[in-house]
Unconditional design. Sequence first.
Lengths: 258, 375
Amino acid sequence: MITETRPLISVTGLTTQFGSQVVHQDLKMEIPEGSIFGVVGGSGSGKTVLMRTLLGLNHPAHGQVSIDGLNPFLPEDQKKLQTRVGVMFQGGALFSSLTIGENLIYPLMEIAHLPQDLAKMIAALRLKMVGLEVDTLQKYPSQLSGGMVKRAALARALALDPKILFLDEPTSGLDPNRSQTFDELIKTLRKNLGLTVMMITHDQESLNFLCDHVGAIVDKKIVSGPLERVMAHPHPWIQDFFWGERGKRVFASQKGGR
Amino acid sequence: MGAVNFISDESGEVILQLSGKWSLLSAKDLQEEIRTLPLPRQKTIRVRWNHITGADVTGSWVLHSLLQHLSHRGNHLVLPLDQGPMYQLLQLVDTYASKEKSPQTSPHYSLTDMLFHLGKRFVTYKENISKATNFLGFVIHNLIQTFRRAQPFSWTSLAYHLEQVGLRAMPIVGLLGVLIGVVLVYQSVDQLRRFGAEVFTVDLLGISVTREIGVLITSILVAGRSGSAFAAQIGLMRLNQEIDALDVMGLRPVATLVIPRVLALIISLPLLTLFANFVALGGGAAMCGIILDMPFSAFMHQLNLSLDIKHLWVGLIKAPFFALAIGLIGCFEGFQVQRGAEDLGRHTTKAVVESIFLVICLDALFSVFFSKIGM
Ligand SMILES: Nc1ncnc2c1ncn2[C@@H]1O[C@H](COP(=O)(O)OP(=O)(O)OP(=O)(O)O)[C@@H](O)[C@H]1O
Ligand SMILES: [Mg+2]
């Protein structure tokens, strides 16, 4: 049920550079509204850098970025994007000196100005949605396991009811059951809230289960489009990713270009 | 006309008419409106949400709790038949909404709580002292091992820390030394002039700088500069699990991190003190020249008469001990960091405050000791 609509996120002519190292060169992509867009690519190919650029955290050498019609590099647009965008960073980036509960309540009270009792209840609801016990609210990030940190970070990314969700490797380090539940949760949320999700992942199962659109970063560019189309791309890395030993097992049901 | 209204239609049925946006940003106003809403007396309520223009999880949660409240009150709710997004969202919230109340820890203190906290503090205090002495023993053991060449030692690391702790502290130590010399002369000339004993300014300056002030000022400065840096560096490494990584690789954290830092301090603090002494005397000499018209040769002559070499030694002997205290406390506090950014800040502050405190305590002990042995 893919409905082609206007692109919610569009990037044109993006060139990112660190010193003499070029990470992206003249990269162009579009993420349609309401889609779950999976970003794949080898380690160090610039997936996280792309996400940071879209969020306005990293200034590119050239190129335009538009998110929901806004420019993330303009301060006044940045403010408007605040409540529309939820981010889950690769390392979690939970505030280490706050408990998990405070991590969730803080943006609710500071940005949405909710009264404390309401914020507390919403925080508990969010926590249960990502499958954590309520007693986690009182714990500090350093007292959680790796997988719990991931889920708490997702809960915080969802706290402000964003329209667009950026996830950097949300399921890496989770056990297979958990990552399945995780995927299902994201799918449910997308269906009910009309979320647009950009998800960086190495997990072929998640990609197959969740994503209708994919972008593969290869040779400083991105090959993007509906899953079946990208799967059929002749680039060796893409062929290897989708049709290597592991990929073949997962994507067997897809019957893409082959 | 708000977002929540009870209306009755022609057949006398009560309808809960919902409208507007039920989202995070309107949640506060919605809740306010619901709180002040007059509730109908009729039992059956028909819910209509077809005028809701947009909803998200937070908004649905507010609606969900309104509906829950009504049904707990004994109302019979008739929900719309459509299974659109609003229904789906309510379902979603219902799945996760707590059936039980979320835990509310009330800050209620009784006398036993107070006693409990007092006891707990005491025990933590005791534990900290034993941890610190443990650390002291461990470091000294490692130091001895290093001197006996029983464990590898990195000269590169020592050189690096010597530069950071010693060389780079020279400009600020020098500046402060000159100022102290100037201030001491300025203050004492005023007092001594009343007895016509201005010339003894030089004695006062020489003895106080070499015995006490030079080493104290240098130590306090180094505690603020390097003690805090040690605590922050080691603390951040702990947070990143770098210490654990060293440990499992068999590179003992104390040997690799603490020994070079402490040794660098022990070597550089006496040298810095010597430097501070010289510049303070220099600053004092310049000031004597300006306000007393005392030529440099006269200053040196007076200094020679009053300043025995033993005074210089008294100051310098203390320096390595102060250095050991500063280095040990800085590193120890670094290792105590556990939780995160705030903990890191707390232990860094503690490192500075405690090491300055300890330096001054040690100085007092040394004064007693030196006066007993007649130095
Ligand atoms: N702040 C920075 N300064 C310099 N180089 C950087 C910086 N951030 C990233 N890079 C470089 O950009 C490249 C892409 O990094 P990025 O973090 O985007 O990789 P990635 O695709 O997310 O990899 P992974 O799958 O391992 O997370 C890497 O070569 C990295 O060294
Ligand atoms: Mg990355």
